[in-house]
Design a binder for this molecule. Sequence first.
Ligand SMILES: [Zn+2]
Length: 59
Amino acid sequence: MMTTQTICCAYCNAKDKVRKHGKSKVGYQRYLCLECRRTFQVKYIYTGCVQKISSLDPA
Ligand SMILES: [Zn+2]
């Protein structure tokens, strides 16, 4: 079953101001928030709105 995932900004939580912004070199989809003009990766979203972002590259 397909579910539409709403991407919200990892910084300001804006939902309708987020657009795709290419991919990172490791293949994660990047997004750009038009609200706060910051970019982030969906990996951050998948791991939840976590406070702990250990590093960009797990390896
Ligand atoms: Zn934002």
